[in-house]
Design a protein around this ligand. Structure first.
Ligand code: 0XW
Ligand code: MG
Length: 366
């Protein structure tokens, strides 16, 4: 089987009310890229990558489209089922830029699954549970409004809530107090600063909320600042943006820098590297959020397959990113029910893109 064509689509995903996080960053429309791989024997694979604006991680939407164009001539003619060799080639031809490679690696998994008649989760270790617990992410805003949103998510079955902080520390302390007000036994709260605080700000928020039980997520930008805060703050500590490769995970494990990890497929550069990072965490007793940066149905499918094949002891939660948007690009994506994500056993990713919504391709490489 040979890769014969790479087609690239761009879709705008409007987010109702916008999504606001650290230091006043707001995304009202997410720019997503869908990559379609066609093969000479008629099997098609799909992948998607969607940065959360150019200011969340060192990645931007146009960079994916340009980077796929740089990689394409080196990939056409390869067998996409040889996913390790495909990744080796991508890493040789384009150094770094993990996020550019992610959708291609995901689409190759879709092809391998379809050609074997197996769901992608079977390629990643196999189904380990019926459904994966989910969290609901609450955009940064007025503390009372955030509390109401926690309550709304609770009504539809969620037991895990992520509060976006990382703004002015005094306001964030109020957000945390409001969000956790009325917390019920068994519920889990994650307060995610998305790198927004300085070291001293993170410490003052941690001290002012030391009486509350929640997970302190990625307070600072620099790894060294996070490590320092982690050693002095009383809360369970989660690293997200600091983990951008399996090597980052190894370093953090070595340094005892985290209690919880966050595997985002695009951040790591695809399912292959995410699976490796996931298994490294699991082998070291570290539970994870298994998810992605942002995206629509194809992103949710890929993260759902990775999440459902994670050892149950090692999964904290996952998310259905397509349900944060107002445009839908495919059918067959994992569905949320009672705060849990259900993932199908259909071959490949199990999704069928809506070609009308995808529109005219922005690039065709053959
Ligand atoms: C990447 N986010 C800002 C969006 C996802 O919902 C999760 C969140 C995070 O940083 O964990
Ligand atoms: Mg996070």
């Amino acid at each position: 089987m040979k890769l014969s064509r790479i087609t690239v689509y761009q879709i705008d995903l409007p987010i109702a009310g916008g999504y606001s996080f650290a230091k006043g960053k707001v995304v009202t429309t997410a720019d997503t890229t869908v990559v379609r791989l066609d093969t000479d024997d008629g099997i098609t694979g799909w992948g998607e990558a969607c940065p959360l604006g150019p200011f969340y991680l060192p990645s931007y939407a146009q960079g994916i489209r340009t980077g796929v164009g740089v990689l394409a001539p080196h990939l056409i003619g390869l067998d996409p089922r040889q996913i390790g060799a495909l990744n080796t080639r991508m890493d040789r031809e384009l150094r770094g830029h993990a996020y550019v490679k992610s959708a291609i690696d995901v689409a190759a998994h879709d092809i391998l699954g379809k050609s074997a008649g197996l769901p992608v989760h079977a390629l990643l270790g196999g189904r380990q549970m019926d459904a994966v617990p989910m969290y609901w992410s609450i955009s940064q805003g007025d503390p009372d409004d955030m509390r109401r949103q926690v309550d709304g998510a609770r009504q539809v079955g969620y037991r895990q809530f992520q509060l976006k902080v990382g703004g002015v520390p005094a306001d964030d302390i109020e957000r945390i107090r409001a969000g956790l007000d009325g917390a019920r036994p068994g519920e889990i709260f994650l307060c995610d600063a998305n790198t927004g605080w300085r070291r001293d700000e993170a410490l003052s928020v941690a001290r002012a909320t030391a009486d509350l039980d929640y997970i302190f997520e990625q307070p600072c930008d620099l790894y060294s600042d996070n490590l320092s805060v982690r050693r002095r703050a009383p809360h369970t500590f989660k690293l997200d943006e600091s983990l951008q490769s399996p090597q980052d995970v190894s370093q953090a494990l070595h340094d005892d820098a985290l209690d919880i990890g966050c595997i985002k497929i695009t951040k790591m550069g695809g399912l292959s590297k995410s699976r490796f990072a996931r298994d490294l965490c699991a082998a070291n007793g570290i539970a994870m959020t298994v998810e992605d940066v942002w995206g629509a149905e194809i992103v949710t499918a890929a993260l759902g397959h990775l999440a459902i094949s994670t050892p149950p002891d090692a999964i904290l939660n996952t998310t259905d990113l397509h349900n944060y948007n107002d445009v839908h690009i495919a059918t067959g994506a994992p569905q949320a029910r009672d705060g849990k994500l259900l993932v199908s056993d259909a071959p490949g990713l199990g999704i069928e893109p809506d070609l009308e919504v995808l529109g005219k391709p922005v690039a065709v490489h053959e």
